[in-house]
Design a protein. Structure first.
Length: 393
């Protein structure tokens, strides 16, 4: 019997996939990654596990990967300053290669021939999982049932689940398609598909809107060491805990919302809203610190790299040679990125108000217009003449 490892979410689609694949003659092993999507919050984990078995799984793996996600996926993207199309901090996109990595690992352990996922044929996530898996093990077969199966609607899937006694909660018809992890939430479909409509407040899950936020401002200080956020207000945290805490604080002050019409890799434009409070706070602080410690050429070149890096992440090329080479460049750019940034959070805004670093390149005696000025203004004349020389006809 052929064995397949399925990326299982516990939802309707992947539960039907378990049954559907076993009807095609596969032994189905389910793998569920905890990336901080709130597993066990709405529904306990054992109920999800039971559902997988009820649908016909022979084994269920559930792994808490939040630390690995934070350290090995989120952190490099933060150091790189990667933001897709100016607004998307890539939470979903960063999670997929990690899921793929474990699908492949478990496939090897279980001696399975194939991996499977529940992504549709219209999105980026299918590309990310399949390309990552192909890079890690080109011999594994990939099955994406949703791209070709017979079900044409949610109702048909519900009917199929009920017919096979798969315990599915059909009472809540979800108004949106949501993907959540530690680094942020992606929300699409439903009313959001209408570009002329403002997203309703109810679409947001972890951030308050401007009218619901605190009426006072909150100051927080983030301390970085070589580009890695280490402390909040002087207290040290492990990265995962630090991110969770900033999600909570940022959410209360309305920080981290974005609304984007984005270009998918598969050629479709789509509208999605995002909530990423911790990511927004950390990107802002990290960039502010870099503005103090990086020289101009490195800072500007790094922006070019950030753009490319965001594309590589979005396009599913996490394990590609270019992405790995860029990581080395970025790592080397971070050697002086140590210091503290104090931010002010207020009604959705997140701005730096104080910057400190022992590696600061800022020299007050050069920039000042006061009497401590040490800049020899006479030197400017010669510099300008030579700088402009090539352009004189
Ligand atoms: N558009 C985002 C991306 O491609 C998120 C995709 C998943 N979104 C969702 N709401 N299920 O990375």
């Amino acid at each position: 019997m052929k064995k397949v490892i399925l990326a299982y979410s516990g939802g309707l689609d992947t539960s039907c996939i378990v049954k559907w694949l076993s009807e095609q003659g596969y032994e189905v092993v389910c793998f569920m990654a905890d990336l901080g999507q709130g597993l066990g919050q709405g529904e306990n984990i054992s109920a999800i596990e039971k559902r997988a078995y009820a649908a016909g799984a022979s084994k269920v793996y559930i792994k808490d990967l939040q630390d690995e996600f934070a350290e090995d996926f989120v952190l490099p993207a933060l150091k790189a300053g990667a933001i897709y199309e100016g607004k998307y901090l890539l939470a979903t996109a960063l999670g997929r290669p990690l899921i793929a990595k474990y699908l492949v690992e478990i496939a090897h352990k279980e001696k399975a021939q194939a991996i499977a996922h529940g992504c549709t044929g219209k999105g980026n996530d299918q590309v990310r999982i399949e390309v990552a898996s192909a890079i890690l093990d080109p011999k594994l077969e990939i099955i994406a049932p949703v791209r070709g199966w017979e079900f044409k609607s949610r109702e048909e899937e519900i009917e199929y689940a009920q017919m096979h006694n798969i315990p599915i909660d059909v009472t809540k018809k979800k108004p949106y398609s949501i993907d959540r992890n530690l680094w942020g939430i992606s929300i699409e479909s439903g009313i959001l598909e209408d570009l002329e409509q403002e997203p309703p407040e109810s679409a947001y899950m972890i951030t308050k809107g401007p009218t619901g936020t605190m009426s006072y401002a909150k100051y927080i200080e983030i301390y970085f060491e070589k580009g890695v956020p280490k402390k909040i207000d002087g207290k040290a945290y492990k990265l995962k805990a630090l991110i969770s805490m900033l999600n909570e604080i940022g959410g209360m002050f309305g920080v981290g919302r974005s609304d984007l019409v984005e270009n998918r890799l598969v050629g479709i434009k789509s509208r999605e809203i995002y909530e990423a409070p911790a990511a927004t706070i950390l990107y802002t602080a990290h960039k502010e610190l870099e503005s103090v410690v990086l020289d101009r050429e490195l800072a500007h070149f790094k922006e070019v790299i950030a753009l490319k890096y965001s594309e590589l992440v979005y396009y599913g090329l996490w394990f590609s040679p270019l992405k790995e080479a860029l990581d080395k460049f970025i790592e080397s750019s971070q050697q002086y990125v140590s210091g503290s940034i104090k931010l002010k959070l207020f009604k959705g805004a997140c701005n730096a108000v104080s910057r400190k670093s022992k590696h600061s390149l800022y020299k007050k005696e050069l920039s000042t217009y006061g009497k401590e000025d040490k800049f020899d203004q006479k030197l400017a004349e010669g510099f300008i003449k030579i700088w402009g020389m090539p352009y004189k006809r």
